[in-house]
Design a protein around this ligand. Structure first.
Ligand code: MN
Ligand code: MN
Length: 447
């Protein structure tokens, strides 16, 4: 019989932990910001870049994903203990030619990234985070909309009075279309200037403003990664402050908790590895995603005399937690889940033996044997945990990076924090579950 984690946890300790988590979330709204945070924390704890060597090492890939490792007492060929999460979250990206003028307003075209409900992204304050790389290679980091003195941005919705035909007859999911996610960016023009027919005075004003204030030219936006994210801060939620509400908890809750865990690892038996990957929300493609050879290359670099057979031994003996969030049961929308196999907020970390959709398509399903090992570790450490599926059979589905790691012939299980409102701009997690997730990851590294 499972019991609610609050009935056994020290509330002060749990609250202290989530205070640190909120600070992290406010600093880290893009994968690059997450990677910078991880590197600075790792360096504070004595980790060095892999090329410098040592027991505690890390390697950053293109500023967008990172692997951190603590070498263990056992030979690498006896396998690794990996916890792998993802640093990217659903958002709006700017298109390559984003800036345009319409009806004497300046706007930015976006292309959404990951699985969003587009109607969530209208009429909320948004911030701009990202990098612009100029032709000479100079890199500008932009964060606009976080400081209380900063402006924010928004996608303007249509007033209900006039929305009957344009929106009223549409299905909820189609209420806002991808090409309607246009960011309101400005509206001023030069003083007393004769306008020539067809001249885009507002756009020109904004371009001049960008050049003067940020040193950015229109063409620079082609070589940029600019992400539009909610500008609001992580907050305590509920009269008892038992939840954290914030953007990007999928999957930064698992990043934060597993980072905390690896930073506390000293002299482990097996080599412990922490991965914060990128591109999970769009299928783990590209050099910084989990399908890339970057992870394998990291292992080869760690080995003293890499031999292909030794590499095979490393992989075959490795055990992995795919650290990703799950869906908690929402009392208002219970029909999406099957109550005997749905995660509940407050009941601790969730283990999912498989994800996927339909008849278990497109998923790693971990073995009964490895699940038993995980159960033993969690129970031995008195950690609140629950076994669940994402939702009802045939209701939909989802995936994680588990299957890409499993392709190396490693044991992999999904294990993470349950959320309400996953993939919305304001996701909810229970502080008790966040804390138990951290304790579970720590116990896994410690064996
Ligand atoms: Mn995720
Ligand atoms: Mn996700």
């Amino acid at each position: 019989m499972k019991e609610n984690a609050w009935s056994k946890l020290d509330k002060d300790e749990v609250f202290r932990f989530s205070d640190g988590y909120r600070i992290f979330l406010n600093k880290c709204k893009t994968e690059r910001e997450v990677v910078d945070y991880i590197v600075s924390e790792a360096e504070k704890h004595g980790f060095l870049p892999i090329e410098k060597g040592g027991r505690k090492i890390y390697e950053v890939n293109r500023g967008k994903s990172v692997i951190v490792a603590v070498k263990g007492r056992k030979d690498l060929r006896e396998g690794l203990r990996i916890i792998a999460s993802h640093a990217d979250s659903p958002r709006l990206d700017l298109k390559p030619n984003p800036l345009y003028e319409d009806e004497e307003l300046a706007l930015l075209k976006t292309h959404y990234y990951g699985g969003i409900k587009k109607y969530h992204w209208v009429s909320i304050p948004l911030a701009i985070h990202g990098v612009v790389v100029k032709e000479n290679g100079e890199k500008l980091n932009l964060v606009i909309g976080e400081d209380p003195e900063d402006p924010v941005f928004t996608v303007c919705d249509l007033l209900p009075h006039l929305a009957k035909k344009i929106q009223g007859d549409k299905k909820l999911f189609d209420g806002i279309a991808g090409e309607e996610l246009n960011i309101l960016f400005g509206s001023m023009k030069e003083k007393k200037k004769e306008s020539k027919k067809g001249e885009q005075e507002i756009k020109n004003f904004i371009l001049k403003f960008l050049e003067e204030n940020y040193g950015i030219k229109e063409e620079d936006l082609v070589s940029a990664e600019i992400e539009i994210v909610p500008s609001f801060k992580a907050r305590d939620v509920g009269i008892d402050k038992s939840f954290v509400g914030a953007y990007g908890q999928d999957d930064r809750v698992c990043v934060f908790t597993s980072l905390k865990a690896i930073l506390e690892v000293e002299d482990p038996e097996y080599t412990c590895v922490f991965i914060a990957t990128d591109r999970e929300e769009i299928g783990s493609e590209g050099p910084t995603g989990m399908k890339s050879r970057a992870f394998e290359n990291f292992v080869i670099k760690m080995m003293e005399s890499p031999d292909i057979k030794d590499l095979v031994s490393v992989f075959e003996n490795t055990k992995v937690i795919s650290a990703d969030v799950s869906a908690g049961i929402n009392p208002t929308f219970k029909d999406a889940q099957e109550k005997h196999n749905a995660a509940k907020l407050g009941y601790g970390v969730v283990i999912e033996r498989y994800t996927g959709a339909g008849g278990k398509y497109s998923t790693n399903e971990t073995t009964a044997e490895f699940t038993s090992e995980i159960r033993r570790i969690l129970n031995k450490n008195n950690i609140s945990w629950q076994a669940a599926e994402l939702g009802k059979v045939d209701e939909g589905g989802g995936g994680t990076i588990a299957k890409f790691l499993a392709n190396y012939n490693m044991d992999v299980i999904d294990c993470g924090t349950p959320l309400l409102g996953m993939h919305s701009p304001f996701e909810i997690a229970s502080k008790a579950d966040i804390y138990e997730t951290y304790r579970a990851y720590k116990a896994f590294y410690e064996g």
